[in-house]
Design a protein around this ligand. Structure first.
Ligand SMILES: [Zn+2]
Length: 378
């Protein structure tokens, strides 16, 4: 699996990590979603620079690197790197990489009745059973079917009276409000977008369950109920990801990143790799306490948090995690712990209770992940 970091090219990561761990080839790539930090390495780095690490060419044409991805991610790849998806789009010398895109669908996202092999319940990658999990990763600010209309400003049909230049400083003898700043075209357009987006359209990212032993959720803001049920049923001893017909939720104002009516999982999960952006909530990622709420409900043996922003150091996150476990040394990153407590209060009663229960009842093993980390799962 490749999750590229925008500031370090896939090639740099490969020359460092692949050598360190004596990795000589990539068997497959699994993509989570179509954002830049998830697919940008595909065009230049993976398709060309990493040739030396790819599996020897197969006798079947185009079977060099299988790339597993959702339909929406394939669309994003096609937009950015047309020649990767359609050889007719090749330019220059006409050389194009041989990639084998394998699309998994999800009835929750793509609707029922998608044609062909859907792979929604899972797929086999070199003997590892992978179950895709559609999760919310923020929302569309413009519904996809209205992008075109909103992006093109409407033609002005009448000549608007010239408005005087905006004056930002008002002098004391002027009537209040006279020089109030007029709404700009941009703010009018934004208001129009907000009026048009009557209901939230989630942007979907994919997480995965690997062999029922490891759950990978790198970019998530909410786990819909259908996905949660599919995820839990895919944890060992079960390997199938099928569940009752998937349902989507109307997200309540609660800050819990899943429905409060879901029972805690009683299955044994060796490893969870989970999104955690920062202390405070965010539109498309999880806050620390939101991540902990998922830990409490899934009770994994080990959890590694990924995707932090810069303001807090690795050591601070380690201390926050040790506090949960009950192993934080006296005085270790006290300032950060005070910030965690404050943040819990700001996030409301429900999340405050998550923080308290994480420390008093759960006390599980959770740590920030780091570059080059290797996790072994028996
Ligand atoms: Zn993203």
């Amino acid at each position: 699996m490749s999750s590229t970091h925008p500031s370090l090219s896939t090639l740099s990561q490969a020359t460092w990590l692949f050598r360190k761990h004596q990795i000589r080839r990539i068997d497959a790539v699994i993509l989570t979603h179509g954002h830049q930090d998830a697919i940008a390495g595909l065009g230049k780095s993976l398709a060309y620079d990493l040739r030396a690490f790819t599996a020897p060419p197969s006798p079947q044409a185009g079977a060099v690197i299988p790339i597993y991805l959702s339909r929406a991610t394939l669309d994003a790849v096609a937009q950015q790197f047309p020649y990767l998806v359609d050889k007719n789009q090749a330019t220059g010398g006409g050389d194009v990489p041989s990639l084998n895109f394998r699309v998994f669908d999800d009835p929750l996202v793509d609707g029922e009745g998608v044609g062909g092999e859907s792979m929604a319940d899972g797929f086999d990658v070199h003997g590892i059973w992978v179950v895709p999990l559609a999760v919310h990763h923020g929302k569309y600010f413009t519904p996809p079917d209205q992008v075109e209309r909103l992006d093109v400003p409407e033609k002005q049909t009448q000549t608007a009276p010239q408005t005087p230049p905006q004056v930002l400083q008002s002098s004391s003898n002027e009537i209040p409000g006279k020089n109030a700043i007029q709404p700009s075209l941009t703010s009018l357009l934004h208001r129009k977008i907000e009026e048009t987006v009557k209901e939230t359209v989630p942007f979907y990212c994919y997480g995965f369950v690997f062999d029922g032993k490891m759950i990978y959720l790198s970019d998530v803001s909410y786990i819909p109920t259908g996905t949660w049920e599919k995820m839990v049923s895919a944890i060992q001893p079960g390997t199938s990801g099928s569940s009752s017909p998937p349902t989507n939720d109307t997200i309540s104002p609660s800050k819990l990143p899943f429905s409060a009516s879901l029972p805690p999982s009683s299955r044994s999960l060796p490893c969870l790799i989970l999104d955690c952006l920062r202390l405070e909530p965010h539109g498309s990622h999880l806050s620390f306490i939101q991540s902990l709420s998922i830990c409490l409900h899934l009770s994994p043996r080990e959890t590694y948090l990924v995707g932090f922003t810069h303001p807090n150091s690795h050591n601070e996150w380690v201390a926050g995690c040790r506090e949960v476990e009950g192993t934080r040394a006296e005085g270790e990153e006290d300032g950060f712990l005070a910030a965690v407590e404050k943040s819990a209060v700001r996030q409301g009663k429900e999340m405050m209770s998550v923080w308290e229960r994480a420390k008093s009842e759960w006390k599980g093993f959770v740590r920030p992940a780091y570059d080059g980390q290797v996790v072994r799962i028996e």
